[in-house]
Design a protein around this ligand. Structure first.
Ligand code: ADP
Ligand code: MG
Length: 224
């Protein structure tokens, strides 16, 4: 099986004034292609920082990050986010309010031909049971429907790796429970490699093939 993501002794942190504060130290992890990994840990543990570093929005101070067999980040390498073949579904990455559901899903496909794009958008809307809602604007969709659209928007360009940062945290418990199972099935059906961040143990267990615990700047890996 090929490796989709590898972290090797990664250190991350922030400059505060003249001091450097380490947030994640010596983090290592391997995620095989087609698998769903999870970063689990308490709030403030460094999960989002780690995910942002994988996506390319946070510098790596030591160690390195590989996507496929390519080094995308190290102390002296930094591949731009748009060149990492990474899809993002972050809590704060809301849908574009002025675009319809279909236009949101097709947003990352602007370089595709019209026919290919339309076909891909329809296929994805069908995948999440929203084929009839393609013309609706985000405010005309429920929270769960918006999350489904955000998910397939991230899947649309077929990224090598999909990163999800607490994608269910703004939903009520019932919607969340249903969506966790749906998202797992959608990712599996698409054969999509994904790394999910959550502080919710049940969510991690329901979704992931492997879980890494983030806390005290460390990372512990185990099979789910
Ligand atoms: P989590 O996602 O696990 O809740 P974060 O990665 O958001 O954790 O944050 C980890 C630590 O890094 C926290 O102590 C937080 O205050 C700090 N931190 C996060 N973002 C920044 C930033 N932009 N500047 C300085 N410190 C930050
Ligand atoms: Mg976070």
């Amino acid at each position: 099986m090929s490796v989709a993501l590898r972290l090797e002794g990664v250190r991350l942190g922030y400059e505060l004034g003249h001091e450097f504060h380490t947030v994640v130290d010596d983090a290592s992890l391997t995620l095989d292609a087609g698998r769903i990994g999870c970063l689990l840990g308490p709030s403030g543990g460094g999960k989002s920082t780690l995910l942002r570093a994988i996506a390319g929005f946070e510098p790596v101070r030591a160690g390195r990050i590989l996507i496929g067999d390519r080094v995308v980040a190290s102390a002296n390498v930094s591949v731009a986010p748009e060149r990492r073949s990474v899809g993002l579904m972050f809590q704060e990455y809301a849908l574009f309010p002025h675009l319809t559901a279909a236009q949101n899903v097709g947003f990352g496909l602007r370089k595709w031909s019209r026919a290919e794009r339309d076909a891909r958008v329809l296929e994805l809307l069908e995948l999440v049971g929203l084929a009839a809602a393609g013309g609706r604007y985000p405010h005309e969709l429920s929270g769960g429907q918006q999350q489904r659209i955000a998910l397939v928007r991230a899947l649309a360009p077929r990224p090598a790796l999909l990163l999800l940062d607490e994608p269910f945290s703004n939903l009520d418990a019932q919607t969340r429970e249903r969506l966790v199972v749906e998202v797992r099935d959608i990712l599996r059906a698409a054969g999509q490699t994904a790394l999910l961040v959550t502080h919710n143990e049940a969510e991690a267990a329901a979704l992931a093939d492997q879980v890494s615990t983030v806390g005290h700047g460390r990372l512990e890996n185990r099979a789910a």
